[in-house]
Design a protein around this ligand. Structure first.
Ligand code: SF4
Length: 437
């Protein structure tokens, strides 16, 4: 790449990369050079990157950071949002999921429609621009429940962005209501859904899916929901879950599948690598899977973010690090090897918390900004669809978001997952989920 097309700091970084290339293995040098030239990588080239060590590994992370800076600059974005996981009762039994409960479990909860709306209004009053809604698949659910839910929220808060329902939930809603996926998504769009989370992907390989989550949405069904959503102008995020039984070949193929889907539809807003949280996961604690890993190592996490940058840079330029999965300290390192987004404030996080994640349920905007400045970057608040709402150039002029004012005692008023599963009035009852319509 000609250095005269780059600003000073990029030219400096490129010189450091060239020095590193004097020490890297020739095969890795060639792959990294291809990435710097904007060329596509093959499955075998990506596998080689996943296997890097020592100076090759260091060069991979450095190139990831260089491409991040060149493509999206120094602003690290976040969204002010609230997660609402309205029920943990689910008809499926995914081996990695510590969140789901059976309908007769004493820990099965379900938030009534009015409570979901109340939490959305509360989030809006705290400055949130988005509610992110995902949950278990309750038995005998009225298929139109998700549609009613969006309608009820939009009626009270028309300008909130609803980022809701994984492809698994869309498939369930459409089956329960005997509608096609297209008809179902169209109705959701008509009642104001803004985007879908691209979760329930894990690894898009059916043999592996049968091992870790028999009965889960298939690869073809996941692709059908996502591509149908994109064709209706409903954007989605994209994800990958790693650090369990997958091989690096599975991860490489998954990344290339996402890249190719994006080239056809352009509907992915971001890519989010999700570390497997093993602590409470049934397939780990019950030893159901031989050879299962206890989540990725730190170097595997950093590699994944760097490789995602190299593979997806031209097509999905936003690589998000999940602070819920990685914690605040390691998230900063991910931002130094390819990631450019910190996700959301969340307010209530249940799914990773249930799995044993200890990184909390809320990070206030001012804490996210502090983290971003710690590594010399510029914080930026964004919308769900990556429109920059505000750039924060100096702490002196930041002002205070309503969420910033919450001290730790006040944060407890938002409620926590561990309390939620014990509250009698939210105990799951299939009658309630039907009568709330
Ligand atoms: S991952 Fe989703 S579908 Fe699978 S068991 Fe958990 S809540 Fe149910």
């Amino acid at each position: 790449m000609p250095a005269n097309n780059l600003d000073d700091s990029l030219s400096q970084s490129l010189k450091s990369i060239e020095l590193l290339f004097k020490k890297t293995a020739p095969i890795i040098t060639r792959i990294l050079e291809r990435s710097l030239e904007g060329k596509d990588l093959s499955v075998s080239q990506i596998i080689n990157l996943f296997l890097t060590k020592g100076v090759d590994y260091e060069a991979l992370l450095t190139v990831g950071n260089f491409l991040r800076k060149q493509t999206v600059g120094d602003i690290i974005t976040y969204v002010v949002n609230r997660n609402i996981n309205f029920t943990n009762v689910c008809v499926k039994r995914c081996g990695f999921c510590a969140f789901s409960r059976t309908a007769d479990s004493q820990e099965g909860y379900h938030l009534p429609l009015e409570e979901i709306v109340r939490r959305s209004v509360e989030a809006h009053n705290y400055g949130a621009s988005e509610v992110c809604i995902q949950a278990g698949l309750p038995p005998n659910m009225d298929g139109r429940y998700y549609i009613q839910l969006c309608r009820a929220i939009k009626k009270i808060i028309p300008n909130i962005h609803i980022h809701a329902f994984s492809p698994e939930e869309i498939l369930y809603g459409s089956k329960q209501s005997q509608m096609t996926i297209r008809e179902y998504l169209k109705e959701l769009k008509d009642v104001g859904i803004g985007s879908l989370p691209g979760t329930s992907a894990e690894i898009l390989d059916d043999d592996l899916r049968k091992q870790i989550s028999p009965g889960r949405i298939s690869t073809a069904q996941w692709i059908e929901v996502i591509t149908t959503a994109h064709s209706l102008d409903i954007p989605t995020s994209s994800t990958l879950m790693y650090g369990h039984v997958e091989t690096v070949k599975h991860s490489a193929q998954h990344l290339l599948l996402l890249r190719d889907l994006q080239r056809n539809s352009g509907g992915f807003t971001e890519f989010v690598p999700l570390s497997f949280v093993h602590t409470e996961a049934p397939m780990f604690s019950h030893n159901k899977q031989l050879g299962i890993k206890a989540g990725p190592s730190k170097s595997e996490v950093l590699k994944m973010h760097a490789i995602a940058r190299l593979v997806l840079n031209q097509d999905i330029p936003n690589i998000q690090v999940s602070w819920v999965k990685e914690g605040l300290v390691d998230s900063k390192e991910c931002l130094n090897c390819g990631a450019n987004d910190l996700g959301g404030t969340l307010m209530n996080e249940s799914i990773s918390t249930a799995a044993g994640s200890l990184h909390g349920q809320l990070v206030r905007p001012r804490d996210l900004r502090r983290m971003i400045r710690d590594i010399g970057r510029i914080p930026g608040r964004r919308s769900t669809l990556y429109k920059l709402i505000r750039r924060f150039d100096s702490p002196e002029t930041d002002g205070e978001d309503p969420l910033d004012k919450l001290d730790s005692e006040q944060q407890k008023l938002l409620g926590s997952y561990h309390e939620l599963i014990k509250i009698d009035r939210f105990r799951f009852s299939s009658k309630k989920i039907l009568s709330s319509l």
